[in-house]
Design a protein around this ligand. Structure first.
Ligand SMILES: [Cu+2]
Length: 114
């Protein structure tokens, strides 16, 4: 009897171990890399899935601070020189969303949600 209970407990624990990581991996929004280098965004066009949140992982490879800014997305985030910041973006309807480096308006780009 005792060993049956132990087996049952072991079975429950094993199934939790399988289910929990799978669920959290599915729930984690995808990370989309974006870098700022030589006064340009790389890439300048980012394609994402519409209607699903995501995280922009923005790395500033330049020597000056940058500010990722998008009026379309209502996001503004300083990215210090040599640093990486994560910016969570809400689920977007299909469309094109422009962004710029507000400290250097030559650097522009867009997110295309489809
Ligand atoms: Cu700004």
């Amino acid at each position: 009897m005792r060993s049956r209970i132990l087996l049952l407990v072991a079975g429950v624990v094993a199934s939790l171990l399988v289910i929990v990581p799978a669920a959290s991996a599915a729930d984690a929004p995808p990370e989309i890399p974006l870098s700022i280098d030589k006064s340009q965004f790389q890439p300048s066009e980012v394609k994402v899935k519409a209607n699903a949140p995501f995280v922009l992982v923005i790395t500033n490879k330049g020597a000056k601070a940058a500010e990722f800014e998008s009026k379309d997305l209502r996001v503004e985030k300083v990215v210090p020189a040599g640093k990486t910041v994560n910016v969570r973006i809400r689920a977007l309807k299909p469309g094109t969303y422009a962004f710029i480096d507000d400290f250097n308006h030559q650097a522009t780009g867009r997110i295309v949600a489809e």
